[in-house]
Design a protein around this ligand. Structure first.
Ligand SMILES: Nc1ncnc2c1ncn2[C@@H]1O[C@H](COP(=O)(O)OP(=O)(O)OP(=O)(O)O)[C@@H](O)[C@H]1O
Ligand SMILES: [Mg+2]
Length: 266
């Protein structure tokens, strides 16, 4: 597949924070339209940095892409304003379920359509669409978001992103701190949306077992570098991936502890 057919291409990027801390040095990803790509890796591997670079949000943290390039739908991400990327369909939900706690669920969702210049009727139909995806939010639409459960707050955060009508939804560790059943519910809704509307999803997950179950393709990061990419179905079968990254994935082998890469970088 040529680069031009990808919705997103991350080509061998390096990212440095504060001109001193090299967080990424050689990360490459490709996401075709309509696919779900999981970025996997342990704490500090560079998942969040990769996602923030893709949304051009690292500048706010004194981060900079120092090498390589990121192309979203033919557009140079580094040269684009984050707001311009959102308008063009690249919408992210960052780590930590950010909701406006003192606004209602519905008011939170409406903030997701600000900037698109939607009419009242469009906003109303977008809200109904989100309530169709996450019926629990409809039941709680008048409650303060800060008083809803962790899972519901994650649905609000994702729902708000979906109000912006993304073509590429970028999700950073949506499963963190949530019960398995709730995670399953959220991912099943997103998978359904992916299959029925062709929404593409870029997902960072430390929980590789969830990421590989849900995604079409996966990329494993280690110490700021891509060490392995492939079809999620193939990676699920790889015993070395399972040993290193499935079932919690926080325990390091002696190879990893010694700084030897899991798989030689290409
Ligand atoms: N704002 C920042 N300033 C300086 N260094 C940073 C900053 N954010 C991240 N880093 C460093 O960059 C590296 C990659 O961090 P990143 O947050 O991207 O990893 P991660 O894979 O998302 O980890 P986690 O699973 O803990 O969320 C780490 O060494 C981290 O300490
Ligand atoms: Mg992270």
């Amino acid at each position: 597949m040529s680069v031009s057919q990808d919705l997103l291409t991350v080509d061998d990027i390096s990212v440095t924070y504060s001109q001193a801390i090299v967080a990424l040095h050689g990360v490459s990803l490709r996401l075709a339209p309509g696919k779900i790509l999981a970025v996997l890796g342990a704490n500090g591997a560079g998942k969040t940095t990769t996602l923030k670079a893709v949304a051009n949000l690292i500048g706010a943290e004194r981060g900079r892409v120092t090498a390589g390039r990121i192309i979203f739908d033919g557009r140079d991400v580094v040269a684009s304003q984050p707001s311009e990327l959102v308008r063009n369909g690249l919408v992210s939900v960052l780590e930590g379920r950010h909701v406006f706690k003192t606004l209602t669920v519905e008011e939170n969702l409406i903030t997701g359509s600000i900037g698109r210049g939607s009419t009242r009727a469009e906003t109303a139909s977008d809200l109904e669409r989100i309530y169709g995806i996450f019926p629990k939010l409809k039941a709680k639409k008048s409650e303060l978001a800060g008083l809803t459960s962790g899972g519901e707050q994650q649905m609000v955060a994702i729902g708000r992103a979906l109000m912006a009508r993304p073509r590429l939804l970028v999700l950073d560790e949506p499963s963190v701190g949530l019960a398995p059943l709730v995670v399953h519910e959220i991912f099943a809704s997103l998978k359904h949306l992916n299959q029925t509307t062709g929404l593409s999803i870029l997902l960072a997950e430390q929980n590789a077992s969830i990421g590989l179950k849900f995604a079409d393709e996966a990329a494993v990061l280690e110490n700021g570098r891509s060490v392995l990419t492939g079809l999620a179905a193939d990676l699920r079968k790889r015993t070395d991936i399972k040993a290193f990254y499935l079932g919690g994935g926080l325990e390091k082998s002696s190879d990893q502890a010694a700084g030897r890469p899991l798989v030689a970088a290409q």
